[in-house]
Design a protein around this ligand. Structure first.
Ligand SMILES: Cc1cc2nc3c(=O)[nH]c(=O)nc-3n(C[C@H](O)[C@H](O)[C@H](O)COP(=O)(O)O)c2cc1C
Length: 397
């Protein structure tokens, strides 16, 4: 979107859409693109909230200039988050507005120096500090590790706008509209969960601490650095974030399998039929070789049941399954029901690793554990159905 969008009197969205980057953080696919949201407040002082990724600076600067009368400068830049998709324009922004003061916290200050060699005109703020900019007042809330150590949020008191940084944000470029009442929120919600589960989820306890801190803040609009601006129903995204960060899961099962020649796949299909017999209709099946793990992690975060099945590869777990297991461990997921099965032809290895993972995890294991030698026998498949049935009753509350 090339336009600026008015959010409230004197407050505008001046973000940009990125349809060019294939992998966010060089890891996460962006089939629907992504937006980098920045905001400008024009009052007695002119304040920017976060910037955009470096390559989009020219468009960003045009937007700022289109809103400011000739000769009017930008007084402040508030840096809620230093990740370069938001801070990448700081150096060039200072060239365009040499007197600009940068507002951040002590940790931001260190990162401004480390990333960009910026040490002058930096103003540090602490929890609950306020800055009057005319008719409006900004209040700063430190929310460390949501999702970096320096992350903070900025609240504008007269309008109730919360500039929340990456929190409540998600993948997906903004296609024509920026507000939750203008876009299909279901379309964006999936991508907010994919963003949350892969990028922020590991820091769920810090998200909960941030909620505790913000509990008396009267949030009327949520303005995140990615995805829609939630003005009609901010509580929808706030409640989802609250649930996700408490790891409250829905009734459903994710089945992930790694199979080179179809034998392990047959076992997965038998587990799925057991689930259906047990009354589960929310089943998400993923072939680990063809689905990017970010989509799998998203579904695992959402649903209560997880079944992993893998063939053995060079004495070990099938390599992409190893990657998934390590990603789950890294996110310290808990409160789920886990089932495992595996296959091998001579030494075995895959199932052993899956069992180790399941017993180390803070999740309840569902039986039976099944290991097939090459092609699963009828007995193996019956046990797989049994696993599906047991999982179906385990996930019911
Ligand atoms: C490249 C390759 C490496 C394998 N390495 C092992 C191994 O180290 N130990 C073992 O018991 N089976 C090994 N297998 C056999 C498979 O794990 C076994 O046949 C399994 O049932 C295949 O399941 P799938 O049909 O789902 O791919 C290997 C198979 C292949 C193709």
């Amino acid at each position: 979107m090339s336009d600026t969008v008015r959010i409230a009197e004197g407050i505008y969205w001046i973000g940009v859409n990125d349809f060019e980057t294939n992998l966010f953080e060089a890891l996460w696919p962006l089939p629907r693109g992504v937006s980098y949201n920045s905001y400008i407040l024009i009052d007695d002082k002119v304040v920017l909230i976060d910037t955009v990724k470096g390559p989009f600076f020219s468009d960003f600067l045009d937007k700022i200039r289109s809103l400011l009368p000739e000769g009017r400068k930008v007084d402040y830049l508030v840096v809620n988050h230093m990740e370069p998709d938001h801070s990448g324009s700081i150096k060039v922004l200072r060239e365009a507005f040499p007197e600009i003061k940068i507002i951040g916290n002590e940790k931001t200050k260190g990162m401004l120096d480390a990333f960009y060699g910026v040490t002058d005109n930096v103003v540090t703020v602490k929890d609950s500090d306020e800055l009057e900019i005319g008719s409006k007042t900004l209040q700063f809330h430190m929310t460390p590790m949501v999702h970096w150590p320096e992350t903070m949020m900025t609240f504008e008191k007269t309008t109730g706008l919360l500039f929340s940084g990456d929190a409540f944000g998600g993948f997906g470029a903004l296609n024509g509209g920026i507000f939750d009442d203008e876009v299909d929120v279901d379309y964006f919600e999936d991508e907010v969960l994919r963003y949350f589960s892969n990028i922020v989820g590991r820091y769920s306890s810090m998200v909960q601490k941030a909620f505790e801190k913000l509990k008396n803040v009267d949030i009327k609009v949520v303005c995140a650095t990615h995805g829609p601006v939630w003005r009609k129903n901010p509580s929808r995204i706030i409640e989802l974030y609250d649930r996700w960060s408490k790891e409250e899961t829905e009734e459903g099962v994710v089945l992930v399998y790694g199979s080179m020649y179809g034998n392990t796949q047959k076992m997965m299909e038998a587990v799925a039929s057991g689930l259906v017999k047990g009354g589960v209709d929310k089943i998400r099946v993923h072939n680990i070789s063809t689905t990017h793990i970010s989509f799998i992690i998203r579904d695992i975060w959402r649903f209560r049941g997880l079944v992993l099945g893998s063939c053995t590869y060079n004495m070990e777990l099938f390599p992409p399954m190893k990657q998934l297991v390590s990603a789950i461990e890294n996110r310290m997921m808990k409160n789920r029901k886990i089932g495992v099965f595996g296959s091998y032809t001579w030494s075995g290895g895959a199932l052993k690793e899956l069992q180790e993972f399941a017993s180390k995890s803070k999740c309840d294991q569902v039986c039976p554990v099944i290991e097939a030698k090459s092609c699963p026998t009828q007995e193996d498949l019956e046990k797989c159905v049994e696993l599906g049935l047991n999982m179906a009753s385990a996930i019911k509350k």
